[in-house]
Design a protein around this ligand. Structure first.
Ligand SMILES: Cc1cc2nc3c(=O)[nH]c(=O)nc-3n(C[C@H](O)[C@H](O)[C@H](O)COP(=O)(O)O)c2cc1C
Length: 216
């Protein structure tokens, strides 16, 4: 079985999204035969920000008339989508940055969607395949918190993965990852620890959910 894993954190040391994704991956690996993983570290090796406009503007029916920039962008989009179509299961680890979607994740999605296979209203080659989304936030956004409604990333990511691409998605979330980093959040240490323990357990369970994707 093959797993496609994408990491959007801009750091490796101390990354909570990577740590949770590692638990999902290890759990998946433990329960899979012939496990292979294809990785995209878009936080460290981003898709070029100019590729999307070049791919959107290219006339795919006339490759010979494309500019070099358009051809490179279209080929990169094809590679990204080939990686997805070849996978049995998916793992996406995406932090919240500036109350919105990581620019690297948005650039990667936008480019993939220029390929007609993954366009909105397209053939949905990934429909029904199993996926796990790991979302981490430095602060807290639950009901009644001062920043309830300020997470403008998670909803959009779910729309793309579940509705546009049709994945069978489970989500692992944790908040308050800045507790221990930002002294103003020290009072929430216990709550943060509880959230993290629950997320670790859920990550373990969701790794098992990914197994069986090939049978769908
Ligand atoms: C540039 C930057 C912007 C951030 N913006 C937010 C934010 O708007 N809201 C929030 O809750 N956390 C924010 N964070 C905190 C991250 O979501 C948090 O540190 C998370 O754990 C990062 O993921 P990682 O641990 O996998 O690297 C931001 C972090 C960085 C570096």
């Amino acid at each position: 079985m093959s797993l496609f894993r994408l990491d959007a954190s801009i750091r490796t040391e101390g990354s909570v999204s990577r740590a949770l994704a590692d638990i999902v991956e290890d759990s998946w690996c433990e329960h899979s035969d012939d496990a292979t993983v294809t990785r995209r570290h878009i936080g460290l090796d981003p898709v070029p920000a100019t590729a999307w406009a070049a791919a959107v503007g290219a006339d795919r029916s006339r490759r010979a008339s494309m500019s070099d920039e358009e051809r490179v962008a279209v080929d990169l989009a094809t590679t990204l989508v080939d990686e997805l179509v070849a996978a049995d299961a998916f793992l996406f680890a995406v932090p919240l940055y500036n109350f919105g979607v990581s620019q690297h994740f948005k650039a990667w999605v936008d480019l993939a969607i220029t390929d007609p296979r993954l366009a909105s209203g397209g053939p949905q080659p990934l429909r029904g395949r199993r996926a796990v989304l790991v979302v981490v936030r430095g602060g807290a956004y639950g009901p009644g918190t001062p920043r309830e409604g300020w997470d403008h990333a998670s909803g959009w990511i779910r729309r793309i993965l579940e509705d546009v691409w049709g994945l069978d998605l489970r989500v692992v979330e944790t908040e308050f990852t800045l507790v221990g980093v930002n002294p103003a959040l020290d009072q929430f240490a216990e709550m943060a620890a509880r959230m993290r323990e629950a997320a670790d357990r859920l990550a373990q369970d969701h790794g098992r959910h990914l197994v069986g994707a090939a049978a769908d």
